[in-house]
Every structure is written in structure tokens, then in C-alpha cells.
Design a protein around this ligand. Structure first.
Ligand SMILES: [Zn+2]
Ligand SMILES: [Zn+2]
Length: 161
């Protein structure tokens, strides 16, 4: 979002609350539009503009285990310094009297994006034999449990006895 900083003078701060749709890369989620609500304060330090706040993002995700779509809300801090000129990757640039919050919100969102996504703690996943979603019902397949390597060792052991 574009935020006008015209009226902001040094030593003052402004409370802000805004919503924006952030586009994320497909490698993070199939659902690339993420609605984010950001709350925080904006203040001026010399020529720099600093933002500090928190955000809530409503994610749509695919369960790693059963491949079903589900939603999850994550909360994370959002902060950054906007400068007229910078060589530092950590900072954001601004020009005229406007800062653009989007790249700041995007980088904090990606930093806090969950690595593993499971629809619920006890997700049973898909049947390895027929692909049926075991959260809905059992398909009746006989699935051998355990580590195949261990099964091989056990077979060897049984032969020797
Ligand atoms: Zn699941
Ligand atoms: Zn099955």
C-alpha cells in the first residue's frame, strides 16, 4: 500500500492499520494472493521512515499429508526502515513523500511462512496403496506398516535361525 508521509514530522509517530493483498511466489503456495492485515506505527528518524508493527495473514494451503486445501492464520512482526538512498538489502527505498509497504510486508511474510503444512495434528494422510483420503474413511486396503529396510533385515535373520 502507498502511504503518504507528507505530514509526518520528526519525533512524531502515526498509528496505522491497513489491509493489503500480497502476491507470493508459487513455490510457497498454490494460492498466491494472501490477504494481510497490518497494524503498527510509523515514525521519522532524520530522513528515514521507520515502521514497526504486527501482521496477520490468512493463508490457504495444501496439506502435505492428505493434499486437502485448508486455511491457517499466521501472525508475525513487520518492521523496516525506508530510506531515500541505500545500499543495504535490509532497507527499503522511498521517493517523494510516499512509502510503499508492499515489499516490506512481502519479505516478512515469506520469512515467517510455515515450512510444513498439515491440516490437523492427527491427519491420517492418504492410503499408500489406493490414494484414498484416510481422514474421510478407511478404504479397507491392507497396508504393511514399518520400515522396509528393517523388514529385509528381519527376513535375513529369520533365514539364519
Ligand atoms: Zn491433512
Ligand atoms: Zn487404500
Amino acid at each position: 500500500m502507498l502511504i503518504n508521509i507528507d505530514e509526518l514530522s520528526a519525533g512524531e509517530y502515526r498509528e496505522l492499520e491497513f489491509e493489503e493483498n500480497i502476491s507470493i511466489p508459487k513455490s510457497y503456495s498454490e494460492f498466491t494472493q494472501v490477504p494481510v492485515v497490518v497494524k503498527g506505527r510509523l515514525f521519522k528518524v532524520g530522513d528515514d521512515i521507520r515502521f514497526e508493527g504486527n501482521a496477520k495473514a490468512a493463508l490457504r494451503l495444501i496439506c502435505d499429508s492428505c493434499l486437502t486445501e485448508f486455511s491457517k492464520t499466521i501472525e508475525f512482526p513487520v518492521f523496516g526502515t525506508f530510506k531515500r538512498e541505500t545500499d543495504d538489502d535490509e532497507d527499503y527505498l522511498y521517493s517523494e513523500n510516499v512509502i510503499d509497504s508492499e515489499s516490506m510486508v512481502l519479505s516478512e511474510l515469506l520469512l515467517n511462512f510455515p515450512m510444513r503444512n498439515v491440516c490437523r495434528q492427527d491427519c491420517k494422510g492418504l492410503c499408500v496403496k489406493c490414494g484414498h483420503n484416510l481422514n474421510i474413511s478407511d478404504c479397507g486396503c491392507i497396508r504393511t506398516e514399518g520400515n522396509p529396510e528393517f523388514e529385509k533385515l528381519k527376513a535375513l535373520f529369520d533365514q539364519e535361525v
